[in-house]
Every structure is written in C-alpha cells, then in structure tokens.
Design a protein around this ligand. Structure first.
Ligand code: FES
Ligand code: FES
Length: 187
C-alpha cells in the first residue's frame, strides 16, 4: 500500500481571508484554506443553525442558500464562497418574526428532534422563492418532495413536513394573488 506524503506544515497552516455576505451582513473572515463553508459559518461566525450531520453530502442538514441556490455547506470550501451571498436559517425570519415556513413547521408538527429542520427550511425557502416567481404557480406535492429530495429526516416520516411546506406555498400564492388583485395590482 502506498504511503501518503506527510502534510506540508506550511500548507496545513495556510489561512485565507474570505469576504462574503451572510444574511445580508458583510464579513471578512479568516479561515484555514481547507475549511468548508459550514465550518466557517459555525466556528468563525457562530451560526450553528446549519447542522453538521453526515459531513459528506448525504443528509442535507447543512443546506444553505448561496446566491439564492440550495448548497451543501459541508461540501463547499469556504474560499469558494468569496464574494457570495449566503443565507442561513438564522436569516429566515424578519424583525424577530418567524418566517411562515418556521411558523407552519411548528404548527403542523413538522419538526421533532429538529436536526434536519434548518436544511429542510432552506430547501423549502428556495422552493417558495421559485413558486413566487412563477407566472402561473401550481402547487404540487410531487414538486415539493423533489425540492426536498436531498434532505433526510429520521423522525417525521416526511408527511408533516410536506404538509407544512404545502401550506406555506398556499399562503405564498394567496399573498401574490391578493397583491395582484389589490388597488394598482396587475390583475
Ligand atoms: S452535513 Fe452536509 S449533507 Fe450532511
Ligand atoms: S425532525 Fe429529527 S431528523 Fe428530522
């Protein structure tokens, strides 16, 4: 069996300064170049909502949005987030109010141990963003399941999660319709 080259200590200690926006705030964060975005968020910025589950791309518990797209933070090097806009579960609610997804997860019993919940919420938030941008949005359970296909849950059996996201989607569509129907609306 080949013997691995010993790690160059200078390389191992290499540090980079990563400039990025997290939940709307600009940061310049020093991090070892081998760190992942998940490590930067949790251990440098103290944002521990994104969970370190499998740490190898299987479970989705680390899902954040990078420039609006669901991204596994455990598989993304921190230096690759240079100049990006990152959203984590800590940034979902506004002004101390929970995001509708957070409210509905609580109301519908969609979180049990809660370990998968931050990743589920971020994937769901992206699904709602896409739905809100559609010209003629249609809510399909199969589309929600596909949007959450990379997020594993050991507790809920998924049904209550799908119900909560579906209810949030209905709220999103009703709100968009109310804006369209209102004074000055496009409808
Ligand atoms: S912790 Fe990233 S996919 Fe599991
Ligand atoms: S609520 Fe426990 S893993 Fe999903």
């Amino acid at each position: 069996m080949p013997i691995a080259e010993p790690l160059d200590p200078a390389q191992a200690r290499r540090i980079a300064v990563v400039r990025l926006h997290v939940n709307g705030q600009a940061h310049a964060v020093a991090a070892p170049t081998h760190w992942t975005l998940l490590e930067l968020l949790r251990y440098q910025l103290g944002l521990v909502g994104s969970k370190q589950g499998c740490d190898k791309g299987d479970c989705g518990a680390c899902t954040v949005l990078v420039d609006g797209l669901p991204t596994l933070a455990c598989l993304t090097l921190a230096v690759a987030a240079e100049g990006r806009h990152v959203e984590t579960v800590e940034g979902l609610g506004v002004g101390g109010e929970p995001h509708p997804l957070q409210r509905l997860f609580a109301e519908r019993g969609a979180a049990q141990c809660g370990f998968c919940t931050p990743g589920m919420l971020m994937s769901s938030a992206h699904y709602l963003d896409e739905l809100g941008r559609a010209d003629a949005p249609v809510i399909r359970r199969a589309d929600i399941a596909a949007a959450l296909g990379g997020n594993l849950c050991r507790c809920t059996g998924y049904t209550k999660i799908l119900e909560a996201v579906e209810a949030a989607a209905q709220e999103t569509c009703s709100r968009a319709q109310a804006i369209g129907d209102g004074p000055g609306g496009a409808a």
